[in-house]
Design a protein around this ligand. Structure first.
Ligand code: CMX
Length: 438
Protein backbone atom coordinates (compact mmCIF):
# COMPACT_ATOMS: atom_id res chain seq x y z
CA UNK A 1 0.00 0.00 0.00
CA UNK A 2 1.14 3.48 -0.91
CA UNK A 3 2.21 5.77 1.94
CA UNK A 4 1.25 9.45 2.07
CA UNK A 5 4.90 10.26 1.27
CA UNK A 6 4.74 8.09 -1.91
CA UNK A 7 1.48 9.75 -2.91
CA UNK A 8 2.98 13.21 -2.40
CA UNK A 9 6.14 12.37 -4.31
CA UNK A 10 3.98 11.42 -7.28
CA UNK A 11 2.13 14.73 -7.42
CA UNK A 12 4.88 17.21 -6.57
CA UNK A 13 6.63 17.43 -9.98
CA UNK A 14 3.43 18.37 -11.85
CA UNK A 15 2.58 21.10 -9.31
CA UNK A 16 6.13 22.47 -9.44
CA UNK A 17 5.91 22.64 -13.23
CA UNK A 18 2.52 24.33 -13.05
CA UNK A 19 3.76 27.02 -10.68
CA UNK A 20 6.82 27.62 -12.86
CA UNK A 21 4.57 28.07 -15.86
CA UNK A 22 2.29 30.46 -13.96
CA UNK A 23 5.27 32.54 -12.93
CA UNK A 24 6.83 32.72 -16.37
CA UNK A 25 3.63 33.16 -18.40
CA UNK A 26 1.57 35.26 -16.00
CA UNK A 27 3.94 36.80 -13.49
CA UNK A 28 2.87 40.27 -14.65
CA UNK A 29 -0.84 39.58 -15.25
CA UNK A 30 -3.13 41.73 -13.06
CA UNK A 31 -5.78 39.76 -11.11
CA UNK A 32 -7.05 42.43 -8.74
CA UNK A 33 -6.79 45.98 -7.49
CA UNK A 34 -5.40 47.19 -4.20
CA UNK A 35 -7.58 49.83 -2.60
CA UNK A 36 -6.94 51.91 0.50
CA UNK A 37 -9.71 49.89 2.19
CA UNK A 38 -7.55 46.79 1.83
CA UNK A 39 -4.59 48.46 3.47
CA UNK A 40 -6.59 49.78 6.42
CA UNK A 41 -9.21 47.00 6.52
CA UNK A 42 -7.28 43.89 7.48
CA UNK A 43 -6.63 43.01 3.80
CA UNK A 44 -10.17 41.61 3.56
CA UNK A 45 -10.78 40.28 0.04
CA UNK A 46 -7.23 40.94 -1.16
CA UNK A 47 -6.07 38.06 -3.35
CA UNK A 48 -2.49 37.83 -2.21
CA UNK A 49 -1.62 34.31 -1.12
CA UNK A 50 -1.11 30.87 -2.68
CA UNK A 51 -2.92 28.09 -0.79
CA UNK A 52 -3.63 24.85 -2.59
CA UNK A 53 -5.58 22.55 -0.30
CA UNK A 54 -8.86 24.41 -0.03
CA UNK A 55 -10.72 27.39 -1.42
CA UNK A 56 -13.52 29.25 0.34
CA UNK A 57 -16.43 30.52 -1.73
CA UNK A 58 -18.42 33.25 0.05
CA UNK A 59 -21.75 31.64 -0.79
CA UNK A 60 -20.97 27.95 -1.03
CA UNK A 61 -18.40 27.69 1.75
CA UNK A 62 -15.32 25.55 1.81
CA UNK A 63 -14.17 23.06 -0.83
CA UNK A 64 -11.22 20.78 -0.21
CA UNK A 65 -9.42 20.28 -3.54
CA UNK A 66 -12.75 21.01 -5.21
CA UNK A 67 -14.84 18.70 -3.00
CA UNK A 68 -17.68 20.16 -0.93
CA UNK A 69 -18.34 18.86 2.59
CA UNK A 70 -21.21 16.54 1.49
CA UNK A 71 -18.97 15.22 -1.31
CA UNK A 72 -16.16 14.55 1.17
CA UNK A 73 -18.64 12.75 3.39
CA UNK A 74 -19.46 10.48 0.46
CA UNK A 75 -15.96 9.63 -0.73
CA UNK A 76 -13.56 9.85 2.22
CA UNK A 77 -13.09 6.62 4.20
CA UNK A 78 -14.42 6.51 7.77
CA UNK A 79 -13.02 4.56 10.73
CA UNK A 80 -13.82 0.85 11.04
CA UNK A 81 -17.33 0.73 12.51
CA UNK A 82 -17.83 4.46 11.93
CA UNK A 83 -19.54 6.64 9.34
CA UNK A 84 -17.91 10.06 9.67
CA UNK A 85 -14.85 11.38 7.85
CA UNK A 86 -11.67 10.88 9.83
CA UNK A 87 -8.62 13.12 10.18
CA UNK A 88 -6.45 10.72 8.17
CA UNK A 89 -8.66 10.62 5.08
CA UNK A 90 -8.98 14.42 5.18
CA UNK A 91 -5.21 14.80 5.61
CA UNK A 92 -4.56 12.53 2.65
CA UNK A 93 -6.94 14.55 0.49
CA UNK A 94 -5.45 17.89 1.60
CA UNK A 95 -1.85 16.76 1.08
CA UNK A 96 -2.17 14.83 -2.17
CA UNK A 97 -5.39 16.18 -3.76
CA UNK A 98 -6.43 12.52 -4.13
CA UNK A 99 -9.05 10.48 -2.31
CA UNK A 100 -7.34 7.75 -0.29
CA UNK A 101 -8.41 4.13 -0.45
CA UNK A 102 -9.52 2.37 2.68
CA UNK A 103 -6.13 0.58 2.88
CA UNK A 104 -4.19 3.84 2.47
CA UNK A 105 -6.26 5.44 5.22
CA UNK A 106 -5.67 2.54 7.61
CA UNK A 107 -1.97 2.60 6.90
CA UNK A 108 -1.83 6.33 7.62
CA UNK A 109 -3.68 5.75 10.92
CA UNK A 110 -1.11 3.15 11.90
CA UNK A 111 1.81 5.35 10.87
CA UNK A 112 0.49 8.20 13.01
CA UNK A 113 -0.24 5.91 15.96
CA UNK A 114 3.30 4.57 15.79
CA UNK A 115 4.65 8.10 16.10
CA UNK A 116 2.08 9.14 18.72
CA UNK A 117 3.84 8.99 22.10
CA UNK A 118 5.03 12.27 23.65
CA UNK A 119 8.71 12.69 24.48
CA UNK A 120 9.29 12.63 28.24
CA UNK A 121 10.61 16.21 28.43
CA UNK A 122 7.35 17.52 26.95
CA UNK A 123 5.35 15.47 29.45
CA UNK A 124 7.40 17.05 32.22
CA UNK A 125 6.97 20.53 30.79
CA UNK A 126 3.18 20.18 30.54
CA UNK A 127 2.95 18.63 34.00
CA UNK A 128 4.87 21.57 35.45
CA UNK A 129 2.43 24.21 34.17
CA UNK A 130 -0.12 25.77 36.52
CA UNK A 131 -3.55 24.18 36.29
CA UNK A 132 -5.04 27.64 35.79
CA UNK A 133 -2.99 28.40 32.66
CA UNK A 134 -5.38 28.49 29.70
CA UNK A 135 -5.36 25.14 27.85
CA UNK A 136 -4.56 26.95 24.57
CA UNK A 137 -1.46 28.54 26.08
CA UNK A 138 -0.37 25.10 27.25
CA UNK A 139 -0.98 23.61 23.80
CA UNK A 140 1.05 26.32 22.08
CA UNK A 141 3.88 25.87 24.55
CA UNK A 142 3.88 22.08 24.16
CA UNK A 143 3.94 22.30 20.38
CA UNK A 144 6.77 24.86 20.42
CA UNK A 145 8.79 22.67 22.81
CA UNK A 146 8.48 19.70 20.46
CA UNK A 147 10.79 21.57 18.10
CA UNK A 148 13.72 20.09 20.00
CA UNK A 149 12.86 17.03 17.87
CA UNK A 150 12.71 18.90 14.56
CA UNK A 151 14.24 16.90 11.70
CA UNK A 152 13.95 19.97 9.49
CA UNK A 153 15.87 22.22 11.90
CA UNK A 154 18.58 19.56 12.35
CA UNK A 155 18.92 18.99 8.61
CA UNK A 156 19.04 22.72 7.91
CA UNK A 157 21.82 23.12 10.43
CA UNK A 158 23.69 20.25 8.74
CA UNK A 159 23.17 21.92 5.37
CA UNK A 160 20.63 20.56 2.90
CA UNK A 161 19.51 21.48 -0.60
CA UNK A 162 16.32 23.47 -1.08
CA UNK A 163 14.82 20.55 -3.00
CA UNK A 164 15.05 18.41 0.13
CA UNK A 165 13.23 20.85 2.42
CA UNK A 166 9.81 19.35 1.92
CA UNK A 167 10.81 15.84 2.94
CA UNK A 168 12.00 16.99 6.38
CA UNK A 169 9.01 19.30 6.69
CA UNK A 170 6.76 16.32 6.01
CA UNK A 171 8.60 14.24 8.59
CA UNK A 172 8.12 16.94 11.26
CA UNK A 173 4.51 17.48 10.23
CA UNK A 174 3.69 13.78 10.59
CA UNK A 175 5.34 13.63 14.00
CA UNK A 176 3.54 16.74 15.16
CA UNK A 177 0.14 15.57 13.93
CA UNK A 178 0.71 12.21 15.54
CA UNK A 179 1.59 13.71 18.91
CA UNK A 180 -1.11 16.35 19.13
CA UNK A 181 -3.71 13.95 20.62
CA UNK A 182 -1.40 12.84 23.44
CA UNK A 183 -0.37 16.44 24.12
CA UNK A 184 -3.93 17.79 24.05
CA UNK A 185 -5.20 14.90 26.17
CA UNK A 186 -2.49 15.42 28.77
CA UNK A 187 -3.48 19.09 29.06
CA UNK A 188 -7.12 18.05 29.55
CA UNK A 189 -6.16 15.52 32.21
CA UNK A 190 -3.94 17.96 34.11
CA UNK A 191 -6.43 20.82 34.07
CA UNK A 192 -9.67 18.92 34.69
CA UNK A 193 -8.87 15.46 36.08
CA UNK A 194 -5.48 15.70 37.80
CA UNK A 195 -3.92 12.35 38.57
CA UNK A 196 -6.26 10.28 36.39
CA UNK A 197 -4.33 7.67 34.36
CA UNK A 198 -4.15 8.27 30.61
CA UNK A 199 -4.19 5.23 28.32
CA UNK A 200 -1.26 4.83 25.91
CA UNK A 201 -1.62 5.18 22.14
CA UNK A 202 -3.49 2.21 20.66
CA UNK A 203 -1.80 1.26 17.36
CA UNK A 204 -5.07 -0.09 15.97
CA UNK A 205 -7.03 3.12 16.40
CA UNK A 206 -7.35 6.17 14.18
CA UNK A 207 -5.96 9.52 15.36
CA UNK A 208 -9.22 10.84 16.78
CA UNK A 209 -10.19 7.44 18.18
CA UNK A 210 -6.97 7.61 20.17
CA UNK A 211 -7.55 11.23 21.14
CA UNK A 212 -11.03 10.51 22.53
CA UNK A 213 -9.68 7.45 24.32
CA UNK A 214 -6.91 9.49 25.95
CA UNK A 215 -9.42 12.20 26.92
CA UNK A 216 -11.25 9.47 28.83
CA UNK A 217 -14.35 9.20 26.61
CA UNK A 218 -13.29 6.20 24.51
CA UNK A 219 -16.41 4.20 25.34
CA UNK A 220 -18.66 6.91 23.88
CA UNK A 221 -19.00 5.95 20.21
CA UNK A 222 -21.23 8.91 19.34
CA UNK A 223 -18.80 11.44 20.84
CA UNK A 224 -15.94 9.73 19.01
CA UNK A 225 -17.83 9.98 15.73
CA UNK A 226 -18.72 13.61 16.42
CA UNK A 227 -15.11 14.50 17.08
CA UNK A 228 -13.98 12.66 13.95
CA UNK A 229 -16.33 14.82 11.91
CA UNK A 230 -15.51 17.98 13.86
CA UNK A 231 -11.77 17.52 13.45
CA UNK A 232 -12.01 16.68 9.74
CA UNK A 233 -14.24 19.71 9.09
CA UNK A 234 -12.13 22.19 11.03
CA UNK A 235 -8.96 20.95 9.32
CA UNK A 236 -8.60 23.64 6.69
CA UNK A 237 -10.42 26.84 5.70
CA UNK A 238 -8.18 28.25 2.97
CA UNK A 239 -5.13 30.34 3.78
CA UNK A 240 -6.15 33.83 4.81
CA UNK A 241 -7.69 33.08 8.21
CA UNK A 242 -5.52 34.19 11.10
CA UNK A 243 -4.20 30.78 12.22
CA UNK A 244 -3.48 29.45 8.73
CA UNK A 245 -1.91 32.68 7.63
CA UNK A 246 0.24 32.78 10.76
CA UNK A 247 1.55 29.25 10.18
CA UNK A 248 2.33 30.16 6.58
CA UNK A 249 4.05 33.43 7.47
CA UNK A 250 6.17 31.96 10.25
CA UNK A 251 6.97 28.87 8.16
CA UNK A 252 8.10 31.09 5.31
CA UNK A 253 11.11 32.13 7.39
CA UNK A 254 12.10 28.42 7.40
CA UNK A 255 11.22 28.23 11.03
CA UNK A 256 10.33 24.52 11.56
CA UNK A 257 6.74 23.18 11.55
CA UNK A 258 6.56 23.01 15.35
CA UNK A 259 7.38 26.70 15.76
CA UNK A 260 5.20 27.72 12.83
CA UNK A 261 2.21 25.77 14.13
CA UNK A 262 2.72 26.93 17.67
CA UNK A 263 2.45 30.52 16.42
CA UNK A 264 -0.73 29.58 14.55
CA UNK A 265 -2.24 28.24 17.77
CA UNK A 266 -1.78 31.59 19.48
CA UNK A 267 -3.69 33.24 16.63
CA UNK A 268 -6.40 30.61 17.01
CA UNK A 269 -6.59 31.50 20.71
CA UNK A 270 -8.13 34.92 19.97
CA UNK A 271 -11.87 35.36 20.62
CA UNK A 272 -12.59 36.64 17.11
CA UNK A 273 -11.12 33.42 15.72
CA UNK A 274 -10.96 29.95 17.32
CA UNK A 275 -11.74 31.03 20.85
CA UNK A 276 -15.24 31.90 19.58
CA UNK A 277 -16.32 28.31 20.13
CA UNK A 278 -15.65 28.64 23.85
CA UNK A 279 -17.36 32.04 23.81
CA UNK A 280 -20.45 30.68 22.04
CA UNK A 281 -21.13 28.14 24.73
CA UNK A 282 -20.49 30.60 27.53
CA UNK A 283 -22.91 32.99 25.87
CA UNK A 284 -25.60 30.35 25.21
CA UNK A 285 -25.37 29.12 28.82
CA UNK A 286 -25.73 32.70 30.06
CA UNK A 287 -28.78 32.97 27.84
CA UNK A 288 -30.16 29.76 29.33
CA UNK A 289 -29.46 30.99 32.84
CA UNK A 290 -31.14 34.31 32.19
CA UNK A 291 -34.19 33.29 30.21
CA UNK A 292 -34.57 29.56 30.91
CA UNK A 293 -35.04 26.50 28.70
CA UNK A 294 -38.47 26.64 27.18
CA UNK A 295 -38.04 30.04 25.64
CA UNK A 296 -39.80 31.69 22.76
CA UNK A 297 -38.09 33.12 19.72
CA UNK A 298 -38.98 36.58 21.03
CA UNK A 299 -37.13 35.93 24.31
CA UNK A 300 -34.02 35.01 22.30
CA UNK A 301 -34.39 38.08 20.11
CA UNK A 302 -34.45 40.25 23.19
CA UNK A 303 -31.33 38.56 24.58
CA UNK A 304 -29.57 39.05 21.23
CA UNK A 305 -30.40 42.74 21.27
CA UNK A 306 -29.07 43.04 24.81
CA UNK A 307 -25.78 41.48 23.70
CA UNK A 308 -25.50 43.85 20.75
CA UNK A 309 -26.53 46.92 22.70
CA UNK A 310 -23.87 46.21 25.31
CA UNK A 311 -21.35 46.54 22.48
CA UNK A 312 -20.42 42.85 22.29
CA UNK A 313 -20.38 40.68 19.20
CA UNK A 314 -22.73 37.71 18.91
CA UNK A 315 -20.23 34.86 19.06
CA UNK A 316 -20.55 32.21 16.35
CA UNK A 317 -22.05 34.64 13.84
CA UNK A 318 -20.40 36.57 11.04
CA UNK A 319 -17.33 35.78 8.97
CA UNK A 320 -14.49 37.50 7.16
CA UNK A 321 -15.26 35.74 3.86
CA UNK A 322 -18.51 33.71 4.13
CA UNK A 323 -21.78 35.39 3.21
CA UNK A 324 -24.16 32.48 3.85
CA UNK A 325 -24.67 29.86 6.60
CA UNK A 326 -21.40 27.96 7.06
CA UNK A 327 -21.72 24.44 5.57
CA UNK A 328 -19.61 23.19 8.49
CA UNK A 329 -22.33 24.51 10.82
CA UNK A 330 -24.93 22.75 8.64
CA UNK A 331 -22.98 19.45 8.73
CA UNK A 332 -22.76 19.57 12.54
CA UNK A 333 -26.49 20.38 12.76
CA UNK A 334 -27.17 17.40 10.52
CA UNK A 335 -25.20 15.19 12.87
CA UNK A 336 -27.64 16.27 15.61
CA UNK A 337 -30.70 15.70 13.43
CA UNK A 338 -29.88 12.02 13.07
CA UNK A 339 -29.74 11.52 16.86
CA UNK A 340 -33.00 12.03 18.75
CA UNK A 341 -31.23 12.28 22.13
CA UNK A 342 -29.30 15.30 20.86
CA UNK A 343 -32.45 16.98 19.58
CA UNK A 344 -33.94 16.73 23.06
CA UNK A 345 -30.98 18.49 24.72
CA UNK A 346 -32.01 21.96 25.95
CA UNK A 347 -28.69 23.64 25.01
CA UNK A 348 -28.77 22.13 21.50
CA UNK A 349 -32.37 23.29 21.16
CA UNK A 350 -31.33 26.76 22.27
CA UNK A 351 -28.56 26.85 19.63
CA UNK A 352 -31.06 25.81 16.96
CA UNK A 353 -33.62 28.40 18.09
CA UNK A 354 -30.92 31.07 18.16
CA UNK A 355 -30.13 30.17 14.54
CA UNK A 356 -33.82 30.70 13.68
CA UNK A 357 -33.76 34.32 14.84
CA UNK A 358 -30.16 35.61 14.98
CA UNK A 359 -29.74 36.27 11.22
CA UNK A 360 -32.85 38.49 11.29
CA UNK A 361 -31.64 40.42 14.33
CA UNK A 362 -28.14 40.86 12.92
CA UNK A 363 -29.58 42.06 9.60
CA UNK A 364 -31.69 44.61 11.43
CA UNK A 365 -28.67 45.63 13.52
CA UNK A 366 -27.08 46.30 10.14
CA UNK A 367 -23.38 46.10 10.92
CA UNK A 368 -22.11 42.63 10.11
CA UNK A 369 -21.68 41.78 6.44
CA UNK A 370 -22.63 38.18 7.22
CA UNK A 371 -25.55 37.65 9.63
CA UNK A 372 -25.30 33.85 9.43
CA UNK A 373 -23.73 31.29 11.77
CA UNK A 374 -20.17 30.12 11.37
CA UNK A 375 -19.00 26.70 12.50
CA UNK A 376 -18.38 27.84 16.07
CA UNK A 377 -22.10 28.46 16.62
CA UNK A 378 -22.75 24.71 16.66
CA UNK A 379 -19.56 22.96 17.58
CA UNK A 380 -19.56 23.28 21.38
CA UNK A 381 -23.11 22.33 22.32
CA UNK A 382 -22.72 18.72 21.20
CA UNK A 383 -19.49 18.34 23.19
CA UNK A 384 -21.36 19.76 26.16
CA UNK A 385 -24.14 17.23 25.72
CA UNK A 386 -21.70 14.33 25.74
CA UNK A 387 -20.16 15.48 29.02
CA UNK A 388 -17.18 17.39 27.67
CA UNK A 389 -18.42 20.44 29.50
CA UNK A 390 -15.18 22.33 30.10
CA UNK A 391 -15.56 24.90 27.35
CA UNK A 392 -12.21 26.57 27.94
CA UNK A 393 -10.86 23.39 26.38
CA UNK A 394 -12.86 23.59 23.15
CA UNK A 395 -10.37 25.64 21.17
CA UNK A 396 -7.71 23.00 21.91
CA UNK A 397 -9.80 20.54 19.89
CA UNK A 398 -9.93 23.10 17.09
CA UNK A 399 -6.14 23.38 17.46
CA UNK A 400 -5.65 19.64 17.06
CA UNK A 401 -7.70 19.85 13.89
CA UNK A 402 -6.32 22.95 12.18
CA UNK A 403 -2.90 21.29 12.05
CA UNK A 404 -4.18 19.24 9.10
CA UNK A 405 -4.40 22.24 6.81
CA UNK A 406 -1.56 24.34 8.21
CA UNK A 407 0.97 21.51 8.06
CA UNK A 408 -0.16 20.50 4.58
CA UNK A 409 0.54 24.03 3.43
CA UNK A 410 3.98 24.05 5.07
CA UNK A 411 4.92 20.90 3.17
CA UNK A 412 3.68 22.38 -0.10
CA UNK A 413 5.28 25.77 0.52
CA UNK A 414 8.64 23.99 0.81
CA UNK A 415 7.94 21.66 -2.14
CA UNK A 416 7.05 24.65 -4.31
CA UNK A 417 9.93 26.75 -3.00
CA UNK A 418 7.68 29.61 -1.90
CA UNK A 419 9.66 32.58 -0.61
CA UNK A 420 9.68 34.37 2.72
CA UNK A 421 6.52 36.48 3.05
CA UNK A 422 7.18 40.18 3.06
CA UNK A 423 4.28 42.44 2.04
CA UNK A 424 4.86 46.18 1.75
CA UNK A 425 3.41 48.34 4.49
CA UNK A 426 2.53 52.02 4.10
CA UNK A 427 2.32 54.92 6.53
CA UNK A 428 -0.65 57.31 6.36
CA UNK A 429 1.69 59.93 4.87
CA UNK A 430 2.59 57.55 2.07
CA UNK A 431 -1.08 56.65 1.52
CA UNK A 432 -1.91 60.38 1.33
CA UNK A 433 0.77 60.87 -1.30
CA UNK A 434 -0.41 57.82 -3.26
CA UNK A 435 -4.08 58.85 -3.27
CA UNK A 436 -3.15 62.29 -4.54
CA UNK A 437 -1.08 60.95 -7.41
CA UNK A 438 -1.71 57.21 -7.72
N1 CMX B 1 -22.02 40.38 16.18
C1 CMX B 1 -22.02 41.73 16.24
N2 CMX B 1 -21.36 42.52 15.39
C2 CMX B 1 -20.67 41.92 14.42
C3 CMX B 1 -20.64 40.52 14.28
C4 CMX B 1 -21.35 39.73 15.20
N3 CMX B 1 -21.34 38.41 15.18
N4 CMX B 1 -19.86 40.20 13.22
C5 CMX B 1 -19.40 41.36 12.72
N5 CMX B 1 -19.89 42.39 13.45
C6 CMX B 1 -19.57 43.81 13.29
C7 CMX B 1 -18.07 43.99 13.37
O1 CMX B 1 -17.62 44.02 14.71
C8 CMX B 1 -17.87 45.28 12.61
O2 CMX B 1 -18.23 46.32 13.48
P1 CMX B 1 -17.42 47.74 13.45
O3 CMX B 1 -17.73 48.32 12.11
O4 CMX B 1 -18.02 48.49 14.59
O5 CMX B 1 -15.98 47.40 13.65
C9 CMX B 1 -18.95 45.19 11.52
O6 CMX B 1 -19.92 44.23 12.00
C10 CMX B 1 -18.41 44.73 10.18
O7 CMX B 1 -17.73 43.50 10.35
P2 CMX B 1 -17.66 42.41 9.17
O8 CMX B 1 -16.94 43.04 8.02
O9 CMX B 1 -19.00 41.84 8.91
O10 CMX B 1 -16.81 41.25 9.86
P3 CMX B 1 -15.22 41.13 9.93
O11 CMX B 1 -14.74 40.48 8.67
O12 CMX B 1 -14.58 42.39 10.35
O13 CMX B 1 -15.07 40.10 11.16
C11 CMX B 1 -15.57 38.20 12.45
C12 CMX B 1 -15.38 38.75 11.04
C13 CMX B 1 -15.75 36.69 12.36
C14 CMX B 1 -14.33 38.52 13.28
C15 CMX B 1 -16.84 38.87 13.07
O14 CMX B 1 -17.97 38.50 12.31
C16 CMX B 1 -17.05 38.50 14.53
O15 CMX B 1 -16.51 39.16 15.41
N6 CMX B 1 -17.88 37.42 14.81
C17 CMX B 1 -18.09 36.94 16.16
C18 CMX B 1 -16.91 36.10 16.61
C19 CMX B 1 -16.85 34.78 15.87
O16 CMX B 1 -17.83 34.05 15.77
N7 CMX B 1 -15.68 34.44 15.36
C20 CMX B 1 -15.43 33.13 14.75
C21 CMX B 1 -15.19 33.19 13.26
C22 CMX B 1 -14.89 31.84 12.72
C23 CMX B 1 -13.52 31.39 13.16
O17 CMX B 1 -12.53 32.03 12.78
O18 CMX B 1 -13.43 30.41 13.90
Amino acid sequence: TKTIRDALEEVIPAKQARLKQLKTEHGQTVIGDIKVEHVVGGMRGLKAMLWESSVLDPMEGIRFHGLSIPECQKVLPAAPGGKEIIAESMLWLLMTSKTPTEAETRQLSRELAERGELPEYVVQLIDSLPQSLHPMTQLGMGVAALNKESKFAAAYERGIKKTEYWTYTLEDSMNLLARLPALAARIYRNVYNPGKPIPGVNKDLDLVGNYVNMLGYGSNHDLTEYLRLYIALHGDHEGGNASAHTAHLVGSTLSDPYLAYSAALFALAGPLHGLANQEVLRWQLNMQKEIGDNVSHDDIKEFLWRTLQSGQVVPGYGHGVLRSPDPRFMALQKFCETRPELLKDPVIQLVKKTYDVAPGVLKEHGKTKNPYPNVDAASGCVLYHYGLTQFKYYTVIFGVSRALGCLTQLVWARALGLPIERPKSLSMDVIDTLVKSP
